[in-house]
Design a protein around this ligand. Structure first.
Ligand code: ATP
Ligand code: MG
Length: 344
């Protein structure tokens, strides 16, 4: 990978939310929502961020969007104009305003994210007006083009969001997010509020647009099937940390972390006789306020040994581009989703 291909480089990113108690609002503990996450996204590719509820996926996305200041770490973003990368973790508001058009977001709930008092034309056109990109006839032309790109009827542009179905509303959100031709779109569970039948249409639309505009996605989901369909590379997170990071194909064919294996064994299978091989995870997901010592996954891991309770396994490079944070990654022969006939 040459440096010029890298769009986003996240290094040792942390977000610890303080928990305050009492009248003096004294800080009594911290939620380690994100606790040392590193990955990179190349121009035009999709990085999938997967893990159980509460593992810190949204918090990573919000730090990249500038909604949260990281507690520690850096977020290097290379602007498309060829200027040197800027660290979004320490950027000043003026520079962030300049970068804002290049980084956009698609949310989970397309209804909550659309202003009910604005027409579709206004919703999609607003970023173009605010950023002084287009007005008058040019604005109309651009909005028309975006509406068509997301498969909506141009004659419906004067309608309000409530007149549309969930899937159509997500199309409107996508048109708005794409209006400034961003280089990076953070999509946080963009289809999980939609009917299953509509989910595939929205995913395919997002992929078509990626082809057309060459943008990169940070795709956040707990659905491994969608992640696989969408992603070039995958980051598997558990209580704020990266357990495994590799190209999608490697992850599905040959996971190297027991947590990934367990997640995969629960994907629907086309071979019912293999259902008995599902790994039922013991216990609850770890508490990010007080994560277990050593490997945070060790209390639930089928393969844990004494060292796992005492020593934090580093994220080790097992082959080019394949990293896993497990003391036994090299010895274990874990089963991928494909061997279980997974239906994704
Ligand atoms: N503003 C906040 N203040 C305190 N704790 C927070 C805050 N936002 C998130 N958290 C906590 O940080 C952890 C990570 O939350 P986050 O929303 O990033 O997880 P997630 O992986 O997106 O989960 P989900 O799949 O349910 O969306 C959780 O324990 C959550 O309760
Ligand atoms: Mg979330």
């Amino acid at each position: 990978m040459t440096d010029s291909d890298v769009l986003l480089e996240v290094r040792n990113l942390k977000k610890h939310f303080p928990i305050r108690k009492g009248v003096l609002k004294k800080v009594v503990a911290h939620v380690k929502a994100v606790d040392g996450v590193s990955f990179s996204v190349r121009k035009g590719e999709t990085l999938g961020l997967v893990g159980e509820s509460g593992c810190g996926k949204t918090t990573v996305g919000r730090m990249i969007m500038g909604a949260y200041r990281p507690t520690e770490g850096s977020i290097w973003f290379s602007p498309p104009n060829g200027k040197p990368p800027l660290d979004l973790a320490s950027i000043d508001p003026g520079d962030m305003r300049e970068l804002r058009p290049h980084i956009q977001m698609i949310f989970q709930d397309p209804f909550a994210s659309l202003n009910p008092r604005m027409t579709i034309r206004e919703i999609i056109g607003e970023p173009l007006i605010v950023n002084k990109v287009a007005r008058g006839e040019e604005l109309d032309r651009r909005v028309h083009e975006l509406v068509e790109m997301v498969g909506l009827q141009p004659q419906h542009m004067s309608r309000y969001p409530h007149a549309f179905s969930g899937g159509q509303r997500q199309r409107i959100s996508i048109a708005r997010a794409m209006s400034l031709y961003p280089a990076l779109v953070v999509a946080d569970e963009p289809t999980s509020a939609l009917d299953v039948s509509v989910q595939a249409q929205i995913v395919n639309l997002a992929l078509d647009i990626q082809d057309k505009l060459g943008l990169a996605y940070l795709f956040i989901s707990h659905d491994l099937g969608l992640i696989r369909h969408f992603s070039n590379k995958i980051v598997v997170m558990y209580v704020g940390r990266v357990m495994e990071y590799a190209p999608a194909q490697n992850i599905f064919e040959r996971p190297r972390h027991p947590y990934t294996e367990a997640l995969m064994s629960n994907v629907p299978t086309t071979r019912p006789e293999l259902i008995g091989r599902r790994i039922v995870l013991r216990g609850e997901t770890a508490d990010p306020i007080n994560p277990p010592p050593g490997c945070p996954f060790h209390p639930r891991c089928l393969y844990a040994e004494e060292v796992c309770a005492n020593v934090v396994p580093p994220l080790a490079e097992l082959s080019p581009e394949h990293q896993a944070a497990c003391h036994f990654s090299r010895e274990l022969n874990l089963t991928g989703c494909d061997a279980l006939g997974c239906a994704v």
